[in-house]
Structure formats: structure tokens, C-alpha cells
Design a protein around this ligand. Sequence first.
Ligand code: ADP
Length: 138
Amino acid sequence: MERTLILCKPDCMEKNLAGEVLRRFEAAGLRLVAAKSMRLTPALLAEHYAHLADKPFFPEIVTFMSSQPVLALILRGDGAVGRVRDLLGPTDSRKAPKGSIRGDLGTDNMRNIAHASDSVENAELEMKRFFKADEIPA
Ligand code: ADP
């Protein structure tokens, strides 16, 4: 059983699609184990997106991701990390297939509805980044 960290991004919240995104995950058999709304600070985003710090679009990501509160979720299920990434689709919403969350609901490379952990190792780190220990069920 794996757990994974999702962030419903500002474009998702702006489009009123958080419920639809969660519905798709739940319909696929994933279980919601924690959720909270939070405004991400530039410092937290610099840590979360450290692998993109040297990209020209990095400042734009920080501005976008801190523009309004996001909905952070932890989902649990067999193979949850890979299954959630499959349901989400590739980074660029314009290239994501129809039927995927980003393909159906996203706009472009940056406004792509949700973040999802890309490995079991990162999922564990990211859960601790966005949730306190007592907010995560055992
Ligand atoms: P993913 O979110 O699919 O794991 P990355 O870790 O590569 O993708 O990128 C993190 C986030 O940075 C993306 O979800 C997206 O919001 C933004 N991003 C990535 N590439 C670009 C780009 N070329 N232009 C603008 N924003 C981007």
C-alpha cells in the first residue's frame, strides 16, 4: 500500500474543479486519507521545486503557485504513486491525452491542475513537507 501527495493547483481551484479531480481519484479506488487548504510561501515552493530552480520559468511557477491557496491531499492505495501520475497525465496539458485529468481539464505546461509525487521516496518527503505528523493517519 502506497501513499502519495497531491496539490490541487491555483488553476484547479480557480476553475472550481477540486471536487472533480478528487472524484476521479476516488473512482479509481484511491482513498483520501488527509486534506487541507494552504497558501504556499515562496520559501516552501523553492524547496518543493528545487529541481527547477535554474529554469527561466521558475519565478513564474512561484508566482502562480502562491497566487491563492491550494488543496493538499494524501491518497492511499496499491501502487498509488504511479496510478495517480497515470490518471494525471504528462506535464504539458496540451499534450496530455483526453481522458487524463490534465488532458481534459488543464491549460498548458504550467496551468496543469495538480501536482502529484513522482516516486515513493518523494511522496514520503512531500507528505512531511505539507502535513504535520499528527495530520497523517498511521
Ligand atoms: P510534473 O508536475 O509533471 O511532475 P515537473 O516536476 O517537471 O512536472 O514541473 C513542475 C511544475 O513546473 C509543472 O507541473 C508545471 O506547473 C511547471 N512547469 C514545468 N515545466 C514548465 C514549463 N516549460 N513552463 C512553465 N511551467 C512549467
